[in-house]
Write a protein that binds this ligand. Structure first.
Ligand code: SF4
Length: 272
């Protein structure tokens, strides 16, 4: 599992949560990142969602970079036709404004500026490869949604962008600035978001798309209405497993370095 995508940090907010400043207001809701936190380390889940403990650091440099990149892409679709010069200026503004010095650098021997450049390279490649050629109509940006599942639980998510493509198909888009990008045919993030989108947009099918920003590649799959019962059953099963948990054992791994509780946790694999 990659540790360079903010969605993978145990106990940390994901990009959308950081952009919205959200998370704590919705402790009663389940989300893909909340379920993922339990999978990666139940103890980190307990710190964050049961004990509501303060993490030791606000963010990591990878998550910080991802948040800045997301801010630029949101802005770019609010102002269609943006030039690379605008992209670059917005990114540098976002990078300086958020205070990169507050972000934890976990990988030894790396500097914040390397991450700043990686984010800039991601945006440059996206601008060159996709942005100018994008003829989708934007239906939503950083869209938050809530749905009620068959077990009565509320499920919440953020969709980076929703677009109607020229052939009429609705596409759900998630930008990934980390090294590893999930396979949309199996990964449950956007598949579970299709539970909302298929109902909302009254479609028989939606496309889901992860943009691998480092490789300038779009990874696409289709979710059909027939797939929804299975997707809902998996999501409900995952929620029930978390709700029924009575023990929260530590699962130390290389990811401890990115865990917001690694200085409070006696089981941490990571040494400062
Ligand atoms: S430091 Fe590691 S073992 Fe401890 S809570 Fe965090 S991820 Fe789990």
């Amino acid at each position: 599992m990659g540790a360079t995508d903010s969605g993978h940090y145990v106990g940390m907010k994901n990009n959308a949560e950081q952009l919205r400043g959200a998370g704590e207001d919705h402790q009663e809701c389940f989300s893909f990142s909340r379920l993922g936190s339990f999978e990666k380390c139940p103890k980190a889940y307990e710190y964050r969602y049961i004990l509501e403990a303060e993490p030791d650091f606000e963010t990591t440099i990878e998550a910080y970079m991802g948040t800045c990149v997301h801010e630029v892409l949101e802005r770019a679709y609010r102002q269609p036709g943006a030039t690379w010069r605008q992209f670059s200026a917005w990114y540098e503004q976002a990078w300086a404004a958020g205070g990169p010095e507050k972000a934890r650098i976990v990988r030894r021997g790396t500097q914040a500026d390397e991450y700043r450049r990686t984010g800039s390279d991601c945006l440059k490649a996206y601008h060159r490869t996709f942005y100018g050629q994008d003829d989708g109509e934007t239906l939503g940006l950083e869209q938050e949604f809530f749905i009620t599942l068959s077990n009565g639980e509320r499920y919440r998510g953020f969709i980076d962008r929703i677009a109607r493509m020229p052939n009429g198909v609705v596409r759900l888009i998630d930008y990934k600035s980390g090294k590893r990008v999930p396979n949309p045919a199996t990964d449950m993030q956007l598949r579970s978001y299709a539970l909302f989108a298929l109902r909302e947009h009254r479609q028989d099918a939606v496309e889901i798309c992860y943009y691998d920003l480092r490789a300038a590649r779009a990874k696409l799959a289709t979710v059909h209405a027939d797939d929804l019962p299975e997707i809902e059953a998996i999501t409900v099963g995952n929620i029930n497993r978390v709700k029924d948990a009575t023990r929260f054992p530590a699962k130390p791994s290389i990811l401890c370095g990115w865990c917001g509780y690694n200085q409070q946790c006696d089981d941490s694999y990571w040494e400062a």
